[in-house]
Design a protein around this ligand. Structure first.
Ligand code: L34
Length: 296
């Protein structure tokens, strides 16, 4: 039987409804409007598309949102100054610098400059450290979205064999760390595979939940997947253009083959991507409460 399709678009829109209520509550009870600034350096088409979607969503949800477009050749110092300006802006609760950054800018320095209380990406070392010890403040948006997709699709995480393919700081490492915590919606046995893994399919074939963030189109094929597994495809690869002139996208998983073997699978587009954007909104609300020292 072909797999159930886990629709990130649908689950994201449910969560957005919840967010709308929260925004109305914050406004009515505390006169607080969640504020988000997204900073982009250069014009990488994928980054432009993601940041535009983030701004559009923030706007639709009634946030105060600001978009900073910086030139590709902006100096590191000038970028740090922009971040520090927003660190001190009381209307802005969340600051996001879209990655990747141009090679002349030190990414760590940039991420370390963001006030950890406004770090809605959850990439500051303080927030990564807190995540690791089970006292998270902000979950990085993509991992947070993946966990919500699983929970809201009634996929049992507790006790599951989870295999993560990819060890990036944005996805692989944080999702592995989240799902192995002794907590609800976690408590899984987690294996992290990467480019140094000797026998990848040996590991992937044991996964009850296979999370693929490898950045390689269609690198996971049906023979690498256990019967009845849940497969989460984090890859967004641009593999050409459609006749309408839009980017043609494919995931890291060979969807057509794998859907015949898995019991549940996320599509690309419409899977993890929309969840990433939605979780950013949830983190911004959390940041608004945190910086205003509100309960809940
Ligand atoms: N700082 N940099 C920072 N934070 C992030 O959370 C990200 N990421 C990743 C890249 N750099 C970042 C994103 O926002 C990846 N990412 C992201 C966000 C949204 C989507 C994909 C990746 C998304 O919406 N994908 C749509 C298709 C969009 C399209 O047509 O291009 C989907 O349905 O998968």
């Amino acid at each position: 039987m072909p797999a159930r399709i886990i629709s990130g678009t649908e689950i994201a829109s449910q969560i957005r409804e919840e967010i709308r209520k929260e925004v109305a509550y914050l406004k009515e009870k505390y006169q607080v409007i969640p504020g988000l600034v997204t900073i982009i350096v250069g014009k990488n088409p994928a980054s432009v598309s993601y940041v535009t979607a983030k701004q559009k969503t923030a706007h639709e949800l009634g946030f105060y949102s600001v978009q900073e477009n910086m030139e590709e050749n902006i100096s590191e110092e000038a970028l740090l100054n922009v971040i520090m300006k927003y660190n001190g802006d009381p209307l802005v609760h969340g600051i996001l610098v879209q990655l990747p950054l141009p090679a002349h800018i030190n990414e760590s320095k940039v991420l370390y400059t963001i006030n950890p209380e406004k770090d809605v990406d959850g990439f500051h070392p303080v927030n990564i450290g807190r995540l690791m010890i089970g006292d998270a403040r902000f979950y990085p948006c993509t991992p947070y979205g993946i966990q919500q997709l699983l929970i809201r699709s009634n996929i049992r995480i507790e006790g599951a064999e989870v295999v993560v393919v990819g060890r990036s700081n944005i996805v692989g490492k944080p999702i592995a760390m989240m799902l192995c915590q002794k907590a609800k919606g976690a408590n899984a046995t987690v294996t992290i595979c990467h480019t140094g893994t000797k026998d990848l399919s040996f590991h992937t074939r044991h996964a009850d939940i296979l999370i693929v963030a490898a950045g390689k189109p269609k690198s996971i094929t049906a023979d690498m997947v256990k019967d009845g597994a849940t497969v989460i495809d984090v890859g967004v690869n641009r593999i050409g253009v459609t006749p309408e002139g839009k980017a043609r996208l494919c995931g890291d998983v060979d969807f057509e083959g794998v859907k015949e073997k898995a019991s549940a699978i996320t599509p690309v587009p419409g899977g993890v991507g929309p969840m990433t954007i939605t979780m950013l909104m949830l983190n911004t609300i959390k940041a608004a409460k945190l910086t205003r020292r509100l309960q809940g």
